[in-house]
Write a protein that binds this ligand. Structure first.
Ligand code: PXL
Length: 274
């Protein structure tokens, strides 16, 4: 069985980051190790939250793993608790990767044109350094715009393809852009597989409600699929289908369950992939 490491926060309530990544990646039959970057009472889209920074735990954990020769077949990073953690994560990538370990970086920091609460304006340029370590990144449009330092606005399909390829050139990695839509009834992802120099799209019906945490569901399902051996195009399709099912099963509770999606009801889809 493959063993991977995911590095992101624990939001105790909120259905995001580790509390979704751990069950989703496990559903693929992959051993999932974690490093929590911070512990929050709930994610930062709530009006108030606690934040316990775990930055200085990272090198201590790394040291113990080195002593015990613990290594991983893949890495997936999400919400990072401090700029210093980026340096520590780079070190963990280098000290604990098995040969051919895949690295997926979700530059989780922004949505709807704005950085999440608590991130300073210089955070995107630091996140770009972590993206440089990745084989593939999975930004939403806001994150792509911050990484490229271009305005957040509506872009045409042709313009988006130019931006995604530019991003890929800068970081020398593939790019899966989430939340892509050219038609009000559809929502999906654009995948630029750098190794094949190929762009592909996958769309599902757009559920006309916004929920938090869907990017984390997508990234977890995408990563699990890649570790299982699917190519990036197919992995993005699986992640779109999974995220759509999770959103659709939460649609009726949009008012009370705005903070996350019922991904649990979609897990059996991941266990029965062809
Ligand atoms: O789902 C992204 C995410 C992850 N972790 C924390 C967040 C958010 C989005 O707001 O606040 C702590």
């Amino acid at each position: 069985m493959k063993r991977i490491l995911t590095i992101q926060d624990i939001s105790c309530v909120g259905q995001c980051s580790l509390t979704v990544a751990l069950p989703i990646i496990s559903a693929f039959g992959i051993e999932t190790a974690v490093i929590p970057t911070a512990v929050l009472s709930n994610h930062t889209a709530f009006s108030t939250f606690t934040f316990c920074d775990l930055t200085e735990e990272l090198p201590k954990i790394e040291k113990k793993w080195q002593e015990q020769n613990i290594t991983f077949d893949g890495f997936y990073t999400g919400y990072i608790g401090s700029i210093k953690q980026i340096e520590y994560i780079q070190s963990i990538f280098h000290s604990s990767a098995n040969a051919s370990a895949v690295k997926v970086v979700d530059p989780c920091m922004a949505d709807h044109g704005k950085l999440y609460a608590g991130f300073a304006e210089d955070f995107p340029k630091e996140m770009l350094k972590l993206c440089m370590e990745a084989d593939v990144i999975v930004p939403n449009l806001t994150e792509l715009c911050f990484l490229l330092d271009v305005p957040f606005k509506e872009y045409s399909k042709e313009e988006l393809e130019v931006l995604v390829k530019k991003m890929s050139d800068i970081i020398d990695a593939s790019v899966v852009l989430t939340g892509v839509s050219f038609n009000p009834d559809e929502l999906g992802a654009m995948t630029y597989d750098r190794n094949q120099n190929k762009i592909s799209y996958y769309f599902t019906r757009r559920v006309p409600v916004f929920f938090h945490g869907t990017g984390d569901c997508f990234a977890s399902a995408f990563f699990g699929s890649v570790v299982k051996g699917y190519d990036y195009e197919r992995a993005a399709e699986i992640a779109c289908e999974f995220t759509y099912r999770a959103i659709a099963s939460t649609e009726a509770e949009a008012k009370t369950h705005w903070y996350g999606v019922h991904f649990e009801s979609a897990l059996n889809y991941l266990g029965n992939l062809e």
